[in-house]
Design a protein around this ligand. Structure first.
Ligand SMILES: N[C@@H](CCC(=O)N[C@@H](CS)C(=O)NCC(=O)O)C(=O)O
Length: 196
């Protein structure tokens, strides 16, 4: 979404995680997506860094300049999401991948982070004021994952502000437009330009 809003054209290689291309692992050994390879050979392989790279080039909606707080504030909330929240989300969602985990405990712990988001959203439509910012866009996909795994536990009664916030992001035409499915890229294939 950051690449699209910043209108930065990239060549897209759709990666299937169980069949990662050797060329991807050569440039980024940690084996996670996304990986952005710049023309000068620089590699950016953390999603927040990819977002920041795109928005530093062009930020028409000022996603890096929130109405409330600073970029540093947003970075720490995103880090909390990527760190402790993701830790609990994984253990709640993929219980069988971990030994001795109690999904209820991890759901409750993850829920504490979500309650914090809900409190933030009591005072403003978005996490850092009245317009969307990089924090909303970096965080909502993880809340979406949680909501998908939690079913009816994730409900309006518990999260009266977070539920409509998530719904707004997930149902937006913008989100739908970038969630297009692409065929797996194979060595030698021509890459589609993204965004189209
Ligand atoms: N901190 C990394 C995490 C990226 C990440 O874990 N991506 C997942 C897909 S959403 C992945 O590539 N997993 C590797 C795998 O499942 O083999 C980032 O934000 O870029």
């Amino acid at each position: 979404m950051a690449i699209a809003v910043a209108d930065q054209k990239v060549l897209l290689r759709e990666v299937v995680l169980r069949d990662k291309p050797a060329s991807m692992l050569e440039v980024s050994g940690k084996g996670t997506v996304p990986v952005l390879v710049l023309q000068d050979g620089m590699i950016i392989d953390e999603s927040l860094d990819v977002m920041t790279w795109a928005l530093q080039r062009h930020d028409p909606e000022e996603w890096l300049r929130p109405e409330v707080g600073t970029f540093t504030d947003m970075q720490s909330l995103i880090a909390e999401c990527d760190g402790p929240f993701k830790h609990h989300l994984d253990r709640f969602k993929y219980t069988t991948r971990y030994e001795d985990v109690d999904p209820d405990v991890h759901r409750t712990e993850a829920g504490k982070f979500l309650s914090g988001l809900d409190r933030r959203l009591a005072g403003s439509k978005y996490l850092y004021g009245g317009k969307r910012s990089v924090a909303d866009i970096a965080i909502f996909p993880f809340v979406r994952q949680f909501a998908g795994a939690a079913g009816s536990w994730f409900c309006n009664d518990k999260f009266p502000n977070l539920t409509p916030w998530l719904e707004g992001h997930v149902t937006s035409d913008f989100f739908k437009s970038i969630m297009k499915k692409y065929p797996q890229w194979q060595q030698g294939d021509v890459e589609p330009v993204f965004p189209e």
